[in-house]
Ligand binder design. Sequence first.
Ligand SMILES: [Cu+2]
Length: 129
Amino acid sequence: MYLWIVIGILVIVVGIGAYLYAPPSDVIPEGDVIMSIKSSRPGCEESDKCYVPSEITVLQGGQVTWVNEDSAFHSVTSGTYGNDTGIFDSGYMDPYESYVITFDDAGTFEYFCTLHPWMAGQVIVSDVQ
Ligand SMILES: [Cu+2]
């Protein structure tokens, strides 16, 4: 009888501990730009919902974080489809994976998804005065 009470208390303590210290499994990294759901299908470009937002402005030296919120692979690759400029490339991003780039040079940087030619966006890096 006493043994069962001890075991019962242990189970409760371990249970509460696991509940308090387990990292939440549904945390999605915060992104500046998301690859939206169903952007793997053609048509998102018609409503400008592939990369959201498809155009983002940051100050020189600033960072942009992309998060793939779709269930398909996507990439963030510099240039345009068929004309990869080789400045940056995330590779295939899994669902909910994030990718961060720091932009040290001012200018307009176009990017696209190597898997879905209709997905395109740009980062405008403004000069620090
Ligand atoms: Cu894609």
